[in-house]
Design a protein around this ligand. Structure first.
Ligand SMILES: Cc1ncc(COP(=O)(O)O)c(C=O)c1O
Length: 395
């Protein structure tokens, strides 16, 4: 785009005309621990049904307390990158705890899941090698593949046979297969057992980004890998984020010692950025401990997800097939999804409209995200409002 105010104006006007312009809502609470999931959304009171705070830990007072304590001891900021002077005791302990939690030799912290994905794909895929991604992979995996300068190939969503066909056609040039564990906008899960088999058969890395599965799925909350009975041999590289079920911020990659050492030595999103503040690492350690000793959080959010999906079917609310806390309601057109979002807010529910390019064209949806912090009454009230509002939407 040229440096021309008219070109900028036209670009923004085009988004507006296409119903694709995003507007941020400002959320506020006075005492989050006591109030959430009730929040003020641009001054209107509503129940938050679109945060990824699946275990209701983001506003937990003990986690906020751990953050405040660590800020007193270590400071609010880390001051430098990990390889210079930014790596502190809280980072070190958290990495050790994450390695133990995921059953892997080592874990490495990143400031965001986006950066962890850039690091892993960039380190493991060489220029001109093939990187295979599920068609609905998170944007950060796609960007990672593009930045790695490997050749990006995509396979049909959640279809391991399709992945195998692409691998076979790649004549040994494929370096890795990567996928979300739980798909962030769909709530369904990757066929990990089959993907592990085909990746191994073709001598490729399998990288799983289980941002939305960790903490929630599996007998002890170790995510989709635990649910599928897959060990570190089957899935050599696991990526997790800390800003979703664990309620804080940041991310990690976990794997064998050499893989993690390679990331530490080479990943540009590790080397050339300031380390996550230690108070966040301390808060995350507290969150991991609470999640481990309070399995009711996991059980409760999954129970609420079942309640929502069964209730939606009964009310003819077009919920997508998902057994996770992500329960998208597929409305198709931009006009329908925006109208539904507005009417839900007026009825006291905050559920953001998800539109292209985040989802495919014609796939606009309300991404309902459940949390252990919701009550059954709140879920039932949301269902009732959805049923009523959707029945009146234009086709
Ligand atoms: C599957 C997946 N991977 C990675 C990310 C990025 O994580 P972060 O928000 O920590 O950058 C997200 C969402 O934000 C996600 O849904």
């Amino acid at each position: 785009m040229k440096r021309d105010p008219l070109a900028l104006e036209e670009s923004l006007a085009e988004l507006e005309r296409g119903l694709l312009k995003r507007r941020r809502a400002t959320l506020a609470t006075l005492n989050a621990a006591a109030e959430w999931p009730s929040v003020s959304v641009d001054g209107r009171r509503a129940v938050d049904f679109c945060s990824n705070d699946y275990l209701a830990l983001a506003r937990h007072p003990d986690i906020a307390g751990a953050m405040a304590d660590a800020a007193q001891r270590h400071g609010a900021g880390s001051g430098a990158s990990h390889l210079v002077a930014g790596h502190g005791v809280e980072h070190q302990r958290l990495e050790e705890e994450l390695a133990a939690f995921t059953g892997r030799a080592r874990a490495l912290l990143f400031s965001t899941g986006y950066m962890a994905n850039l690091a892993v794909i960039g380190a493991l895929a060489g220029r001109d090698e093939v990187v295979l991604l599920d068609r609905l992979s998170h944007a950060s995996l796609i960007d990672a593949a593009v930045l790695s300068r490997a050749r990006l190939k995509r396979f049909a969503h959640a279809d391991a046979a399709a992945a195998e066909r692409v691998l076979a056609a790649s004549n040994g040039t494929a370096a890795l297969v990567a996928t979300d564990g739980v798909f962030s906008m769909d709530g369904d899960v990757a066929p990990l057992v089959e993907l592990a088999r085909v990746s191994r058969a073709h001598q490729c890395w399998l990288v799983v980004d289980d941002a939305h599965g960790l903490g929630v799925l599996g007998a002890s909350g170790r995510g989709l890998l635990e649910e599928c009975g897959l060990d570190a041999e089957a899935v050599p590289v696991l990526i997790g984020t800390l800003g979703k079920a664990f309620g804080t911020f940041g991310a990690f990659a976990a794997g064998a010692t050499d893989v993690i050492e390679l990331l530490l030595q080479k990943a540009r999103t590790y080397r050339y950025t300031t380390a996550l503040p230690q108070p966040i690492a301390a808060a995350t350690r507290q969150a991991l401990a609470i999640a481990a000793r309070e399995p009711w959080r996991r059980e409760r959010v999954l129970k609420l997800a079942r309640r929502f999906s069964e209730g939606a079917r009964q009310l003819s609310v077009p919920v997508m097939a998902s057994a996770t806390p992500i329960q998208p309601v597929l409305l198709g057109s931009l006009a329908r999804v925006l109208r539904a979002q507005e009417e839900l807010l007026a009825a006291g529910f905050w559920v953001t409209a998800i539109r292209p390019p985040t989802v495919p064209s014609g796939g606009s949806r309300l991404r309902v995200a459940l949390s252990a912090g919701h009550s059954e009454d709140q879920v039932d009230a949301l269902l009732e409002a959805l049923g009523r509002i959707i029945a009146r939407l234009p086709p």
